[in-house]
Design a protein around this ligand. Structure first.
Ligand code: ADP
Ligand code: TRP
Length: 326
């Protein structure tokens, strides 16, 4: 069973990315068929600075490895290191209905926000379909916002198969990442780069503490009892703490006499301890770029071998390339 997912290098990973996606990818890596890639070609639809994209992609690789993605088990690669994906994208594009792409929420939302769309933004889901179909993927773990793109992928694959009369493309299934993991940001809304409310996993101690101290809370006075269940500081604490630690802090909320500053300090301490091993590992990896690049190259080689096999099948199905009788 092939598990595959991609993550865009549009900035440094935050707690929402970790608990909503990365942690779950890592839990699924215990399968030698897991493929994870850094979607640098997709990021081009929003990052238009060479240095920034290069750095983001590099940081994404180091972060994923530091957080526990094990290259002995999973295959980690840069999307752009497998050029077969863009050829497959074209072949798929020729069977993709314009109207199918026009229905995509992610595209419509961006247009509604006033972004003037280019062809890259419009055809983004076809590149995503190529990412998935190129490796005969079975299971694609994604956030709820990506389910429609999985449906588009299945639609495109079905249409290709029906036009060319065969099971050339393997239909994947989405595996929706746990909704329970919706991580709140410093303003209490869903943590997201687009809201400017993120807390980055590998933020340095001082700015990390500052961000945590800036989390919005209500104005309940220090002495008064507080409700942990409506407080984003407590929601964040829960991500890092054991069941006993959670109920101990909840009791203190309800008893009154504890200020939010103290709860925030508890979040800082818990997060530092939770990611302490990953931080050490990150420092080691950053000092060893040769190793990181080796992992990415080995990953790309493995992914390409599978990708070339599938691409050949698709080329043959539609009759492009060398005449088969020669
Ligand atoms: P952002 O919203 O910061 O741009 P992305 O859209 O790049 O983040 O998210 C990448 C992955 O991280 C997605 O699979 C998404 O499900 C997950 N994710 C992002 N933010 C959160 C959050 N606040 N809670 C849970 N999961 C999240
Ligand atoms: N579009 C996905 C996101 O923004 C990232 C992505 C690109 C992806 N290609 C993929 C996810 C293929 C799963 C499979 O989160």
């Amino acid at each position: 069973m092939r598990v595959l997912s991609g993550i865009q290098p549009t900035g440094r990973f935050h707690w929402g990315n970790y608990f909503g996606a990365i942690q779950q990818y890592i839990a699924l890596q215990n399968n030698e068929q897991s493929f994870y890639f850094i979607a640098d070609l997709h990021a081009l639809t929003s990052v238009r600075d060479r240095k920034v994209l290069e750095q983001n992609t590099w940081d994404a690789a180091i972060d994923l490895l530091a957080l526990g993605l094990n290259p002995e088990q999973a295959t980690l690669f840069r999307q752009s290191d497998v050029p077969e994906v863009t050829e497959l994208m074209w072949l798929l594009m020729t069977v993709t209905q314009f109207s199918l792409l026009e229905k995509c929420h992610s595209y419509k939302d961006k247009v509604a926000k006033g972004i003037s769309p280019d062809a890259g933004l419009f055809t983004y889901p076809v590149l995503m379909a190529a990412d998935i179909l190129l490796y005969d993927s079975d299971v694609v773990p994604v956030g709820a916002d990506q389910i429609q793109h999985l449906e588009v992928t299945r639609d495109i694959a079905q249409r290709f198969n029906s036009i060319y009369g065969g099971e050339f493309l393997h239909l994947p299934n989405a595996r929706v990442l746990e909704e329970g993991a919706k991580v709140p940001g410093t303003d209490g809304e869903k943590m997201s780069k687009s809201y400017g409310n993120t807390i980055e996993i590998f933020e340095a101690d001082k700015p990390l503490r500052k961000k945590i101290m800036s989390i919005k809370t209500d104005s309940t006075p220090m002495e008064a009892p507080k409700n942990p269940d409506t407080c984003s500081v407590y929601a964040l604490f829960k991500l890092f703490a054991s069941a006993e630690q959670q109920s101990a802090l909840a009791d203190r909320y309800r008893a009154g006499g504890m200020g939010y500053g103290e709860a925030k300090q508890a979040v800082f301490d818990a997060a530092m301890s939770y990611f302490s091993q990953a931080r050490t590992r990150r420092t080691e990896l950053a000092a060893n770029p040769g190793y990181v690049e080796e992992v990415l190259q080995a990953g790309a080689q493995k992914a390409r071998a599978k990708g070339q096999e599938v691409l050949q099948r698709v080329r043959d199905a539609c009759g492009v390339g060398r005449h088969r009788s020669v």
